[in-house]
Write a protein that binds this ligand. Sequence first.
Ligand SMILES: CC(C)(COP(=O)(O)OP(=O)(O)OC[C@H]1O[C@@H](n2cnc3c(N)ncnc32)[C@H](O)[C@@H]1OP(=O)(O)O)[C@@H](O)C(=O)NCCC(=O)NCCS
Length: 102
Amino acid sequence: MYAVESLGSGQLVGHVIFHPWHGVSTWEVGWILRKDSWGRGLASELSLALFDHGFGRLGVDRIVAEADPSNTASIRVMERVGMVRAPELDRDLPVWQIERRS
Ligand SMILES: CC(C)(COP(=O)(O)OP(=O)(O)OC[C@H]1O[C@@H](n2cnc3c(N)ncnc32)[C@H](O)[C@@H]1OP(=O)(O)O)[C@@H](O)C(=O)NCCC(=O)NCCS
């Protein structure tokens, strides 16, 4: 779990989780931001940074995220950063994924 700090103000604005998901080569990302920080592109920026970290330094093969179908904001973040629906991975919630490009 990573704390998310605003570069401008130094304020804590939320956290992200990034952890192995049902296997060592697939990791899950998830975000929770303070409401007054929504809509500024923070979740998209965080996701792209974690993709670099996961695919680059950690050697992860696939990164997934789960979202309730009503969570438009979360789904828009996933689409915006290049994740695609992966129905074959669905468990309790629909799953999106992005794979490492070789
Ligand atoms: C989901 C969440 C992390 C999005 O964070 P964010 O920093 O506001 O997202 P971004 O600013 O990167 O926006 C990404 C897209 O979502 C859209 N969006 C943001 N808030 C939205 C809202 N409340 N309703 C609809 N769309 C929304 C943005 O317009 C943008 O879409 P665009 O590419 O079409 O412009 C944030 O809303 C949140 O913390 N929600 C509560 C926790 C949660 O549901 N987490 C996800 C489950 S792990």
